[in-house]
Design a binder for this molecule. Structure first.
Ligand code: ZN
Length: 356
């Protein structure tokens, strides 16, 4: 039993000892260990806080720096943008100005292209009106009389005087010039040709060289005839911008009739030309010694023209006497009810073969 107790005691004692040791250890642990741990943790947190603080400061500094860069970039971009916008605007203005100029030019081109059309339209309207008047005159429905006063072979060195005289007679007096480039060369022939046109007179074709039998150029063959008409047409067009439409044969078609040149009328028709002779004649061309005085020309005009409801007078704007006669005869005939008009291809007089 004692042994038993001793063993029990011994176990108890051992257990008690172990328990005491454990308690002692626990007390020691509680007294010493947690503080160190706490300190370490605190130190650790402090260190981490410091690090975070440092990192944050660095990040902020970096951010500020980056922001500054970005702002600088934005500013640059902004300036560039403003500059680009300005440039864009000025380009746009330039483009718009150019488009406007282009439209203007296109309109001018269209106007230019359309001009012959507009002029032709106006001319046609005028021709229709005069054609109507011609028919009334022919039918005796009006007291008006028409005279187509024609002047051949110019422009000459005195064509200017004829134009001045016609200007003085008023804006309603017009004549027809049957022009021939080489008939009477004068230094101002192109200027005169233009003035004839712009003054409202009719500018027509009398061949280029005007030579008849001497050189044979005009009537040598249908080819040379065509060439002569075409050459004069080209010249008039190059100077005035308008094509003649009526041909007067040098010497007159009646003088030669069909013997003149077989096929000549076909050539004219193919070329779109009308032709005309005359039914009144001043006989103011020919050898100088046989030229009539101006008073004789006036007499011829005042006697022949009233015989014709529609008169086509032949004269020449190289004859000074004709100039003088014209200045007297036209105003007198106007008082008798004559109107002096420019010839046009729709006139009833086209193809007229002269009686005189
Ligand atoms: Zn002639």
């Amino acid at each position: 039993m004692r042994t038993f107790f001793r063993v029990i005691n011994s176990i108890f004692f051992t257990v008690a000892l172990i328990a005491a040791a454990f308690c002692g250890y626990m007390v020691y642990s509680v007294m010493h260990y947690p503080q160190a741990e706490h300190d370490a943790e605190i130190a650790d947190i402090k260190s981490q806080t410091e690090k975070t603080k440092t990192d944050t400061t660095a990040a902020l500094e970096e951010g500020e720096e980056r922001l500054a860069f970005l702002q600088a970039d934005l500013r640059n971009l902004g300036d560039e943008g403003v500059e680009l916008a300005d440039r864009g605007e000025s380009l746009q203005t330039e483009v718009e100005a150019k488009q406007l100029r282009l439209a203007e030019l296109e309109a001018n081109v269209a106007l230019g292209e359309d001009m012959p059309g507009s002029v032709e339209k106006a001319r046609k309207a005028y021709a229709d009106k005069i054609r109507e008047l011609e028919e009334k005159v022919q039918n005796g429905e009006t007291s008006v009389r028409i005279c187509y006063w024609t002047l051949d072979d110019g422009p000459t060195y005195i064509t200017k005087n004829f134009l001045d005289a016609l200007d003085e007679m008023g804006e309603h007096v017009h004549v027809t010039f049957f022009t021939a480039n080489e008939a009477n060369n004068s230094p101002d022939e192109e200027e005169m040709l233009r003035r004839e046109m712009t003054s409202g007179h009719s500018v027509q074709n009398h061949s280029y060289v005007h030579s008849t039998l001497a050189s044979g150029s005009v009537y040598r063959s249908t080819e040379s005839f065509r060439e002569q008409v075409q050459q004069q047409d080209d010249w008039v067009y190059s100077v005035t911008g308008f094509h003649p439409t009526i041909f007067r044969f040098p010497g007159g078609y009646h003088s030669w009739g069909k013997d003149l040149l077989p096929g000549a009328l076909d050539v004219l028709e193919e070329m779109g030309y009308k032709w005309i002779d005359w039914n009144c004649n001043l006989y103011d061309a020919g050898a100088e010694e046989n030229l009539p005085t101006s008073s004789l020309e006036v007499t011829r005009a005042l006697t022949q023209i009233p015989e014709e409801p529609i008169a086509v007078m032949l004269g020449h704007d190289w004859n000074m006497n004709t100039l003088v006669a014209m200045k007297t005869a036209i105003p007198r005939l106007m008082k008798q009810g004559y109107v002096f008009l420019p010839l046009f291809p729709e006139s009833v007089t086209m193809g007229m073969n002269a009686k005189r």
